[in-house]
Write a protein that binds this ligand. Structure first.
Ligand code: NAD
Length: 337
């Protein structure tokens, strides 16, 4: 694995993954293909701008000609596909971009991949494709796909396309499905960074319904280690689940965050529940342990404390997102090239 194409590397998990790979493997070079939607922030990887092992290319994974010309001009050993529309609430407002990027984009990548001599395709997917659990049980890799939001349906469709390309064309692809991530560089529209940044400014934190929905939280670095293990040790055609063994009701995590920030619970504002809101996600990741030697290492409370500290130390990063200034970074860096 010397030349890796990472798509969506300017987003939350992709940027953490690129940082992880470049730090862990001095011999690895990464091309980051990102469309720079509202969720893509070049500033997430500012420290690699002058690193010869890192190359940024702006483009759309759903653009057939662009993707094919990139794969023709550079040999890649692997593709790791993070690029996606990723916010459930936005998919409820307008599912169009989710179909286009998450499904069509994956199909374009898969077709381009077929034509070139690439060893691995890793499709980064989500536990949300399994739908919702009741109070008991866990998602395993054998759990039937039953998505409930346009976002998770688009990710499930992409997973099924990947599966079909493995079966039909023997494409060397692997799917990962992970639970809710938290950590540095997460766009402040998702629960943990939104609540941290709102609470830091004494603004209300909006909790859906009664806050009883349960999510399993995993630190983004544990997820990145899992994707890395999949890339290097995963078996073709398999699915691997990753989770943090940290199930928690939304209201509990909200109160924990406010407590750690020293803010009052009066900041909690209960809002109308999300339509089709999945009750509970919980992950069985024994397969990843058995076959990849992977386990989550970051304990939830210490990971959360580290994340809060990161947002406190990087208020300028949040401010530039909230003001929209981060969108100008591309022109500043690449405008004259
Ligand atoms: P994100 O929204 O932070 O980042 C997505 C990135 O993809 C952005 O940089 C964006 O500019 C880029 N992008 C969007 N459309 C594109 C296109 N057409 N072409 C090229 N680039 C495009 O997302 P994230 O939270 O980092 O999630 C990354 C992946 O991991 C997604 O596929 C998501 O489904 C999956 N996932 C996320 C979580 C989570 O908790 N965040 C959990 C499990 C799986």
């Amino acid at each position: 694995m010397k030349q890796i194409l990472v798509t969506g590397g300017c987003g939350f998990i992709g940027s953490n993954f690129i940082r992880y790979e470049l730090s862990e493997y001095p011999g690895v070079s990464i091309t980051n293909l990102d469309k720079l939607t509202y969720a893509g922030n070049l500033e997430n990887l500012k420290e690699f701008e002058s690193d010869s092992r890192y190359n940024f290319v702006r483009g759309d994974i759903a653009d057939h000609d662009f993707v094919n010309s990139l794969l023709s001009s550079t040999h890649f050993d692997a593709v790791v596909n993070f690029a996606a529309e990723s916010h459930v609430d936005r998919s409820i407002l307008d599912s169009g971009p989710f179909i286009q990027t998450n499904i069509v984009g994956t199909q374009v990548l898969l077709d381009a991949f077929r034509k070139h001599n690439i060893n691995r395709f890793i499709q980064v997917s989500t536990d949300e494709v399994y739908g919702s659990l009741g109070a008991e049980g866990f998602f395993t890799e054998e759990t039937p796909i039953a998505p409930n939001s346009p976002y998770s349906a688009s990710k499930a469709a992409a997973d099924l396309l990947v599966r079909s390309y493995v079966k039909t064309f023997q494409l060397p692809a692997i799917i990962t499905r992970c639970s809710n991530n938290y950590g540095p560089y997460q766009f402040p529209e998702k629960l943990i960074p939104l609540f941290i940044s709102n609470a830091m400014e004494d603004k209300p934190v909006p909790v859906y319904g009664e806050g009883t929905n349960v999510r399993d939280w995993i630190h983004v670095l544990d997820h990145c280690r899992g994707i890395d293990a999949t890339l290097r040790k995963g078996a073709i055609g398999e699915v691997y689940n990753f989770g943090g063994n940290s199930e928690m009701q939304n209201i509990k995590i909200t109160k924990l965050l406010l407590g750690l920030l020293g803010k009052p619970e009066t900041l909690i504002k209960y809002v109308t529940d999300r339509p089709g809101h999945d009750l509970r996600y919980a992950i069985d990741c024994r397969k990843a342990k058995l076959e990849l030697g992977w386990e989550p290492e970051i304990e939830f409370q210490s990971g959360l404390e580290g994340t809060i500290k990161w947002y406190q130390d990087n208020q300028e990063w949040v401010n530039r997102i909230r003001s929209g200034d981060y969108l100008k970074f591309y022109d500043q860096q690449y405008g004259n090239r």
